[in-house]
Design a protein around this ligand. Structure first.
Ligand code: NAD
Length: 427
């Protein structure tokens, strides 16, 4: 096994902003709580970052060696949990920052998990299916010692999917000598995946939007919504909100947006999965640029495409009353302050799109208990878990007059600190 142990240092030497942002957010969150500074200091550092070399025999017989990572931030509340991404820009520092976000996301949802994230620095589009399979199986072998249903449970992320998780689970199971579905989540249901997992982040985003509309005393039937990104998160959120009576006036993909002031039939607009990048093929009264979607005068704006789209340069132009973060990190640190100053409520990603990790938790429970839940049960339990997290965060918003992001961090950090306090520092 060609693993290079650890490493905080590996993470610290790389100039990567995700980690810096994650640490800045932790420091800011700490100022809103009375958490012991020693615990905050411990949370600035991951438990470990495993770096591995992953050799791949290409279809033409040549061998290429890729670098893989698994960052494990904190497991005081349970096994590490988080995605594996295949992307050329994956680094130790990025994985570490993202694993910190997973720690907060699991804690705000009160899931018995900590935060992890990993991946391989590779462009998955440059690989054939056979090559992706061989790469995934070898990666599973290289990080086998640090993952497992009670240690660290990966899931799909950018560039990986249910099939990747199936290969990973098979490779791990073959090496362990028994079938262990709970080593990863996001698998196909036939091998222990959960119904409703794929739609869950969009569903939770829609639930967060619905609750926010209610919190601000509005009626869903009189609410207008714009959604940037019509993929797994954006399309599921848009269609549910449409079904619940809102007027979805605009949706977009990477090529641009369609706009209908009286509302779109979101079920008729092709999602990224149904027909990639085909939103503009749907007839609508008007088309807009992608950036213009963010500036529409709507009640609810849902950025659900990529990170860092609301920045210091366009935050002032955001005309929505509520922004619900379907994507991870769509609002920059600086933009957050501008939105706050303008009275725009931002429902943070760690709460809004946490349906994904929540249903991953349900999948893990189903795998461990060898018992499948129906889609109805998954959706009911997700609704319950979301409402519970929503009400915990809302209580802090009301009691402390904090923005939603700060309140979500207060809930998460308090839970983690309490667990660390109870367990103590060993030895
Ligand atoms: P996806 O690939 O299914 O869809 C992405 C959509 O965004 C597509 O419609 C694409 O055309 C569009 N898009 C891409 N770049 C764009 C750009 N620059 N401007 C406008 N639109 C653009 O992706 P997804 O799974 O829906 O993920 C979207 C976001 O949600 C990401 O930030 C992801 O990290 C986050 N997220 C996803 C999950 C999940 O399980 N799918 C869970 C939590 C968070």
């Amino acid at each position: 096994m060609s693993t290079t142990p650890t490493t905080d240092d590996a993470a610290e030497t790389e100039p990567e902003s995700t980690l810096a942002t994650a640490r800045k957010q932790l420091e800011r969150a700490a100022t809103n709580t009375d958490v012991d500074p020693a615990i905050v200091e411990r949370l600035k550092h991951p438990t470990r970052v495993q770096q591995v070399s992953v050799p791949l025999e290409r279809d033409d017989g040549t061998v290429e060696v890729f670098t893989g990572y698994r960052a494990q931030h904190d497991d005081v509340r349970g096994p590490y949990k988080g995605g594996l991404r295949y992307h050329p820009e994956v680094t130790a520092a990025e994985c570490t920052g993202l694993s910190m976000w997973m720690t907060w996301k699991c804690a705000v949802m009160d899931l018995p998990f900590g935060g992890g994230k990993g991946g391989i620095a590779v462009d998955p589009k440059s690989l054939t299916d056979d090559e992706r399979e061989r790469l995934t199986r070898r990666f599973a072998e290289e990080i086998r010692d640090v993952v497992g249903p009670t240690k660290d449970v990966p899931a799909p992320d950018m560039g990986t999917d249910a099939q990747t998780m199936a290969w990973f689970m098979d490779a791990y199971s073959m090496q362990q000598g028994e079938t262990i579905p709970g080593v990863v989540t996001g698998k196909p249901p036939v091998i222990g995946g959960s119904y409703g997992r794929e739609a869950a982040p969009g569903r939770s985003t829609a639930i967060a939007a619905r609750e926010a509309v209610d919190y601000y005393g509005r009626d869903l039937a009189e609410t207008t919504v714009a959604v940037q990104g019509f993929g797994s998160v954006g399309a599921n959120a848009a269609r549910l909100l449409d079904d619940w009576g809102t007027t979805v006036v605009a949706v977009s993909d990477v090529n641009g947006a369609i706009y209908a002031p009286d509302g779109l039939d979101t079920h008729a607009v092709p999602t990224h999965e149904e027909e990639p990048e085909a939103v503009l093929s749907h007839e609508a009264p008007q088309t807009l640029s992608n950036d213009a979607v963010l500036e529409l005068d709507v009640d609810v704006l849902i950025p659900a495409a990529v990170g860092n789209v609301i920045t210091a340069s366009n935050a002032d132009a955001v005309a929505a009353d509520v922004v619900v973060e379907g994507a991870n990190g769509p609002t920059t640190f600086a933009a957050d302050e501008i939105l706050e100053g303008n009275g725009v409520a931002v429902i943070p990603d760690i709460l809004a799109n946490a349906g994904g990790v929540t249903v991953s938790y349900f999948e893990w429970l189903q795998d461990i208990n060898r018992r499948t839940w129906s889609l109805e049960r998954v959706n009911e339990e997700l609704e319950e878990q979301m409402l519970s997290a929503w009400s915990d965060v809302r209580a802090v918003v009301d009691e402390r007059d904090l923005p939603w992001r700060d309140a979500a961090y207060v809930v998460a950090l308090s839970r983690i600190a309490e667990a660390k306090g109870a367990r103590g520092l060993w030895p």
